[in-house]
Design a protein around this ligand. Structure first.
Ligand code: ADP
Ligand code: MG
Length: 390
């Protein structure tokens, strides 16, 4: 599952006839805390051992040239006349360049090769992976160092404002700042975080349902509109509520008549989900994976029923997982409407789990799921420090 660094360096050399400098950023999986980040709540993701490598070398003609070795496609333009997003893959790295320029960072001409093994559009955040890898490479190229938090917020801005995708800070933050063998509890309002150990007797298994429903883009926007409408009512009606994360179920109940049933249900998901993330932290610290797993199952039900962001195939995948011995918990992960599930499984049952889930999911749906046993991995900063130290 490793991206081969040598392969990325070679791809760059072949394309541009120059040696480049290598940076990389992982993908991530969210253990619990879905759709809580953009209302200032809590999330508990970890970086995983899928990566995007970015290899950069300078150019004398003042151009920005992005080459995706995955797509074998190039996007090239004058840095001085960087235009708007074009609805292509290159919007992600171009958006990062756009943000760096806005920060007043002097990015001279460069060639940048991107090569990743993150499944695209599967809810593992290949988008944050390509953004952060690009940011690391362009900062390295410009000879500028920025704090971790700044890199993450800058990449989020690239995705929100340049690419035009609504998303919270979770993905870019964990992809930038994660540390191997640890999950990250992140307070999305203060950006304070805590690195939490994961037990050695369990593994995190990701199962890709291989479905992505077309509704995804539109409905993601609808959900966040419904959430914002509910949050606005709470802010107006109840004292001391700035973000949904400040609200209790009692606050929400008191405002029930003032919002649509959809807003009410979406807000209930977020309020209960924030509480589950805090409880999941306690469970992790106690090494109580039974309790952790139970919270994952509750989180899935809430995503399915209150947030209405699951789908039949993913529900089936979760049900199958929960029937297997050694599986503590399973839930949808990522934005929803398809994509992946995240599962916590005891080490000695992992192989058997993967085999049974694949077999039973194929029998139920006719679809071959892909399953990955993941390691909590380093974020882009820790990866760069290790390359530097090597
Ligand atoms: P996710 O983040 O869940 O994988 P997104 O739709 O947010 O899904 O981002 C996926 C998009 O990111 C891809 O469709 C592509 O445009 C871009 N992308 C990610 N990795 C690469 C890569 N190695 N080369 C080119 N484009 C990439
Ligand atoms: Mg994404």
């Amino acid at each position: 599952m490793r991206v081969d660094d040598e392969q990325a360096l070679r791809a760059h050399r072949q394309r541009f006839d120059r040696n480049g400098q290598l940076f990389s950023a992982p993908a991530r999986v969210n253990l619990i805390g879905e759709h809580t980040d953009y209302t200032g709540g809590f999330v508990l993701p970890m970086a995983i051992d899928f990566r995007t490598a970015a290899v950069v070398s300078p150019r004398e003609d003042g151009r920005a040239v992005f080459y995706s070795a995955n797509f074998e496609e190039e996007a090239s333009f004058e840095i001085a006349s960087l235009g708007r997003a074009r609805g292509e893959w290159s919007d992600y790295p171009a958006g990062v360049l756009w943000c760096l320029l806005q920060e007043g960072i002097d990015v001279g001409g460069f060639s940048l090769t991107l090569m990743g093994n993150v499944p695209l559009g599967a809810g593992l955040s290949s988008s944050a992976s390509i953004e952060v890898a690009t940011a690391m490479a362009l900062l390295g190229h410009a000879g500028v160092t920025l704090p971790m938090e700044k890199i993450a917020t800058l990449c989020r801005r690239a995705e929100n404002e340049y690419v035009g995708a609504k998303s919270g800070i979770m993905d870019q933050f964990v992809v930038t700042g994660a540390v191997a063998h640890r999950a990250m509890l992140l307070d999305c309002r203060s950006l304070e975080f805590e690195l939490l150990p994961l037990p050695e007797q369990e593994r995190v298994v990701i199962c890709n349902s291989m479905v992505k429903h077309d509704v995804a883009a539109g409905e993601y926007g609808d959900r966040s509109d419904e959430v914002e409408a509910g949050q606005a009512v709470l802010r107006r009606e109840r004292k001391g509520i700035e973000l949904l994360r400040d609200a209790t179920l009692e606050d929400l109940e008191a405002c029930r008549g003032k919002m649509t049933p959809e807003s009410f249900a979406r807000c209930r998901h977020i309020i209960t989900e924030n509480a589950r993330v805090i409880a999941a932290r306690e469970a992790l610290l106690d090494g109580d994976m039974e309790r952790f797993g139970k919270l994952m199952v509750e989180a899935h039900a809430s995503m399915r029923d209150d947030f209405a962001a699951s789908c039949a195939e993913v529900d089936t995948l979760v049900e199958i997982a929960m029937r297997q011995s050694g599986c503590f918990g399973a839930r949808i992960t990522g934005g929803g409407f398809g994509g992946c599930t995240v599962n916590v499984v005891s080490v000695e049952k992992t192989e058997q789990f993967v085999e049974a889930v694949r077999r039973e999911y194929a029998a139920a749906t006719g679809i071959e799921a892909q399953c990955f046993v993941c390691e909590p991995s380093d974020g882009a900063i820790a990866l760069a420090a290790k390359v530097g130290a090597a």
